[in-house]
Write a protein that binds this ligand. Structure first.
Ligand code: ATP
Length: 503
C-alpha cells in the first residue's frame, strides 16, 4: 500500500501531466499558495460549481444568487470583525528566517513530529513519513486551537501558552534550538490600495470570504425580489487569505474559491434549518462520489464554537495528509446582520406582514471551498489497477474514477486506425456529440495508449470506430471503470451517453 504522501505525490504528478493543476507562474519559479487550473482542471472545477449552483439555487424556489465585488468598502471588514480579529499566531526563526503558525508548531511538536518533519514546513512532503493517526489527531487539535486563536488573537490572551512552548521548540526547518520568536498576531487579510494615492485613506482589502457581500446585499435582495422568509442567497467567488503556511497542495491556498449560502429564517426556525442544511450538504458530496467511509460530519464541541455561533458542523474528508475540513455549516444567529446594522446605521430588519413582527433574521451558513472539494474528488478518484495492453498482456493502469457528472471530458472518439475511411466516420460522430457534451477526438498512436490517456483524464467512455463500423454502422463503447465494451449502433450513441452520464 502507498504511504499517504506517495499517493499525494502521484496525484500531483498526474494533475500536472494531464493538465488538471499547474503551479502559478511556474516559469518564474511559482508563487507560494497560488495555483492554476489547466484545461482539464478548469472543466472539473466548473462542473463542481455548476452542480452546486443547480443543487442549491436553480432547482429550488427559496434561493437566489448573487455576484458581489471582491473589493468592498473597508468598513465592511471592520463590522465583520476581520480587520480586528482575523489573525493567526505567527512565529519566526531568527536563524533560517522560516515562518510558522504557532498553533501548528505547538501541536506538531506535541504529537512527536521529528525536528525536520514538522507539518509547519511548506508542502506536504515534509510530513511524509508520519503515521496517519498522528496526523488526523493533530489536524483535529489544530482546528480547535486555530479557531480559538482566530477568535481571540486581538487580545493575545489564549496564545500565551504558545510563547512558552516556542521557547523550548527547535525550528522545524533548520533544527536550531531557542531561535523562535514569541508568537505575534498575523492578520490574514490581503491588502491593496484603490485609486491614485497609496496611503491609509485608500487602503482596501481583498475579501477573505464571500459571505459579507451577501450580508451587505440582504436588504437589496429582499426588496427587489419580493422574497418571504425563509430564503437563501448563494454566491460563488474568489476569496483571499494571506495564510502563513500555504500547504497540502491546493488545500490551503492564498487565493481560492468559495461556494457560500446565507439562509435567512425566523429565529424560532433556525435550529430546524441548521439540521436540514447540515444533512443536505453532507449528502451532496456523497452523491457526487465521495466515499462515505472517508467523509464525515463532525459537530463542533461547545468550546470550539465561535462566540456568535449557536451550532456548527464540519464536513470533513480523510485526505492522504489527514482528515480536514471541506465545508462548515453554522447557525450564525443574527450576529452578522446585527453588526452591519449597527456599523452602517441602516435598518436591516425584516417585517412579517402576517404576524406583524419586526426582527433580524437568523442565518444558517453552509460555507464550502471549491478548491478543497476539487482536491477531495481528485484524491477519491485516483485509482491504480491492471488492464490488458495492445498485445493483451496485463499492465498497470492509472485511472481517475471521477463521477460522470464531474468528468471534464464525457467521451472520447477514436478511429481504430488512421485509414480506410475510419477517421471521417469518427469525426462525424465527434462533431455531432460536441454539440451537447465536452467530447474529445484522437486519432494519434496505438489505440491502447489513447485509452490510457483518457483513463488518466477521467473520461467515462471511449467510442471506437473500427472495421466493423464500416460494414454495419456500429461502434464499441468502452467503460472506463469496468473496461466492458458494448457494441451499439451509431444512432444509439447519444441516448447511451445520456443514460449513463445522467444528463
Ligand atoms: P481552516 O480551519 O482550514 O483554515 P476555516 O475554518 O478558516 O478553514 P472558513 O473560514 O470556515 O474556513 O471558510 C469556509 C471554507 O472555505 C472552508 O471550509 C474551506 O473549504 C475554504 N477555505 C478556507 N480557507 C481556505 C484556504 N486557505 N484555501 C482553500 N480553501 C479555503
Amino acid at each position: 500500500m502507498d504511504k499517504p504522501n506517495d499517493l499525494m505525490d502521484k496525484l500531483v504528478s498526474l494533475c500536472k501531466r494531464r493538465g488538471f493543476i499547474f503551479q502559478s507562474s511556474e516559469i518564474y519559479g511559482g508563487l507560494n499558495g497560488c495555483w492554476d487550473y489547466g484545461p482539464l482542471g478548469v472543466e472539473l472545477k466548473r462542473n463542481v460549481k455548476n452542480l452546486w449552483w443547480s443543487d442549491v439555487v436553480t432547482s429550488r424556489d427559496d434561493m437566489v444568487g448573487l455576484d458581489a465585488s471582491v473589493i468592498m468598502n473597508p468598513r465592511v471588514w471592520e463590522a465583520s470583525g476581520h480587520v480586528g480579529g482575523f489573525a493567526d499566531p505567527m512565529v519566526d526563526c531568527r536563524k533560517c528566517k522560516g515562518r510558522f503558525r504557532a498553533d501548528q508548531l505547538y501541536y506538531a511538536v506535541r504529537q512527536g513530529q521529528s525536528r525536520h518533519g514538522g507539518t509547519v514546513s511548506v508542502g506536504f512532503s515534509a510530513i511524509a513519513d508520519k503515521a496517519q493517526d498522528a496526523l488526523t489527531a493533530m489536524e483535529l487539535q489544530l482546528k480547535k486551537k486555530g479557531r480559538q486563536i482566530r477568535e481571540w488573537s486581538s487580545d493575545f490572551e489564549p496564545i500565551r501558552y504558545d510563547q512558552q512552548q516556542s521557547d523550548q521548540t527547535p525550528c522545524p526547518v533548520c533544527g536550531e534550538q531557542e531561535c523562535l520568536t514569541a508568537p505575534r498576531a498575523f492578520n490574514l487579510m490581503l491588502k491593496t490600495y484603490m485609486g491614485a494615492l497609496e496611503d491609509s485613506s485608500s487602503l482596501a482589502y481583498l475579501r477573505p470570504e464571500t459571505a459579507q457581500g451577501i450580508f451587505c446585499n440582504f436588504k437589496n435582495v429582499l426588496d427587489t425580489q419580493r422574497l418571504k422568509l425563509p430564503f437563501g442567497i448563494a454566491q460563488v467567488g474568489k476569496a483571499f487569505r494571506n495564510e502563513i503556511n500555504p500547504r497540502n497542495y491546493t488545500f490551503r491556498s492564498r487565493e481560492f474559491e468559495q461556494m457560500e449560502i446565507e439562509f435567512f429564517c425566523h429565529p424560532s426556525q433556525a435550529d430546524q434549518w441548521y439540521k436540514y442544511w447540515r444533512q443536505a450538504r453532507f449528502d451532496w458530496y456523497i452523491n457526487l462520489g465521495l466515499g462515505s467511509q472517508r467523509l464525515r460530519l463532525r459537530d463542533h464541541d461547545k468550546d470550539e464554537l465561535a462566540h456568535y455561533a449557536a451550532n456548527c458542523a464540519d464536513v470533513e474528508y480523510a485526505f492522504p495528509f489527514g482528515v480536514s475540513e471541506l465545508e462548515g455549516i453554522a447557525n450564525r444567529t443574527d450576529f452578522d446582520l446585527k453588526q452591519h446594522q449597527e456599523c452602517s446605521g441602516k435598518d436591516l430588519t425584516y417585517y412579517d406582514d402576517q404576524t406583524k413582527e419586526r426582527f433580524l433574521p437568523y442565518v444558517i451558513e453552509p460555507s464550502a471551498g471549491v478548491d478543497r472539494s476539487v482536491l477531495a474528488f481528485l484524491c477519491e478518484a485516483y485509482t491504480e489497477d491492471e488492464a490488458p495492453d495492445d498485445k493483451g498482456n496485463p499492465k498497470k493502469r492509472v485511472l481517475m474514477k471521477l463521477h460522470p457528472k464531474l468528468a471534464p471530458i464525457k467521451a472520447a472518439v477514436f478511429p481504430l486506425v488512421k485509414k480506410d475511411g475510419m477517421p471521417e466516420v469518427a469525426h462525424k460522430i465527434y462533431d455531432d456529440l460536441k454539440k451537447r457534451w465536452n467530447v474529445f477526438y484522437d486519432e494519434k498512436g496505438a489505440v491502447g495508449r489513447r485509452y490510457r490517456r483518457q483513463d488518466e483524464a477521467g473520461t467515462p467512455f471511449c467510442i471506437t470506430v473500427d472495421g466493423q463500423t464500416l460494414q454495419d454502422q456500429t461502434v464499441t463503447i468502452r467503460d472506463r471503470d469496468s473496461l466492458n465494451q458494448d457494441r451499439i449502433g451509431i444512432d444509439k450513441i447519444a441516448s447511451y451517453l445520456s443514460e449513463h452520464l445522467g444528463n
